[in-house]
Design a protein around this ligand. Structure first.
Ligand code: C2E
Ligand code: MG
Ligand code: MG
Ligand code: MG
Length: 277
């Protein structure tokens, strides 16, 4: 591919750049200009009620389409954005886009379901994060209750009491909170109870083999019991098959996300899920 690129263009596959560090640097430089060059997009994936099949929420998921590299996976570029600090600017952009899209849907008479935005550890380390979030959302005219923030369980450990403080501030400001990738961290039960969190999202690694791996079934069941005891609801991530759906439904998860219902799609495709007949 690098062969096709012009002399001064971004050349990713040059042999002398063959080290991880250089690739990373190039990815970082490319990402730096991605916002200005309109290469970023916010896709949406529905959250679905396991019993009714109704769309009850959306998750905003960032997509980066680089002119030469094509779609770069968030698993690849989010860590680069984190380490370089670019995630702060990108995160602001994602939130603004998401809130604007939500406002647009509201004004066009679509069904309004809360839309979730992911926050990463670096973003949550910003001192003025809550004020900034409030300003962005206020500027779009969207009431805060239509936005939910997903923080990962592992951030609880890494950030400790600061994470609790942040969550309390976001919650007081009217935003909903969910704990993402649940089961992959080691949150203490005593601390979980203190969190202003409405939803636990069970990590997809426990859903993948749920039909064949009894341990996964046990973990999902225990998580659901725990969540319900704390008056939280449970969302299962990564549901790809009808069989997985039946398992998580039997284990009392309320909602799911996954390719079975829909992949993350651009906003104009997500509209079909929000039509009110
Ligand atoms: P996440 O928040 O846990 O998002 C769920 C991931 O699972 C998404 O990957 C989604 O596309 C994928 N997924 C959904 N259903 C299925 C399924 O049925 N099967 C499989 N195999 N995968 C499924 P994606 O979009 O690649 O995002 C990966 C991670 O990148 C996210 O994990 C999140 O941690 C991060 N991320 C994405 N967008 C943003 C963003 O705007 N800001 C921040 N800070 N992080 C983001
Ligand atoms: Mg998420
Ligand atoms: Mg997750
Ligand atoms: Mg994840």
């Amino acid at each position: 591919r690098a062969k096709d690129a012009g002399r001064n263009r971004f050349e990713y596959y040059k042999p002398e750049m063959n080290t991880k560090a250089l690739q990373r640097l190039h990815l970082e430089n490319a990402l730096r200009s991605a916002i200005a060059e309109n290469q970023l997009m916010v896709y949406c994936q529905p959250k679905v009620n396991v019993n009714s099949g109704a769309v009850v929420g959306l998750e905003a998921l960032l997509r980066w389409k680089h002119p030469q590299l094509g779609f770069v996976s968030p698993a690849e570029f989010i860590p680069v954005a984190e380490e370089s600090g670019l995630i702060n600017e990108i995160g602001d952009w994602v939130l603004r886009q998401t809130a604007l899209q939500q406002r647009l849907w509201q004004s066009h008479g679509y069904a309004i379901v809360p839309i979730a935005v992911n926050l990463s550890a670096r973003q949550c380390g910003q001192k003025d994060l809550v004020e900034k979030i409030q300003t962005i959302v206020r500027d779009t005219g969207l009431p805060p209750q239509f936005i939910e923030f997903e923080l990962t369980e592992s951030m609880l450990m890494d950030m400790g009491v600061n994470c609790l403080e942040l969550m309390n501030k976001l919650s007081s400001a009217g935003f909903s909170l969910a704990l993402d990738d649940f089961g992959t961290g080691y949150s203490s039960l005593s601390r979980l109870k203190l969190l202003p969190v409405k939803t636990l999202k069970i990590d997809q690694s426990f859903v993948r083999d749920i039909a064949t791996d009894e341990n996964d079934e046990i973990i999902v069941n225990a998580t659901a019991v725990l969540a319900h005891a704390m008056e939280m609801k449970v969302v299962a991530e990564g549901v790809e098959t009808q069989q997985q759906l039946e398992f998580i439904r039997d284990l009392q998860c309320e909602e799911y996300q996954g390719y079975l219902f829909s992949r993350p799609v651009p906003p104009d495709e997500a509209e079909q899920f929000l039509r009110q007949d």
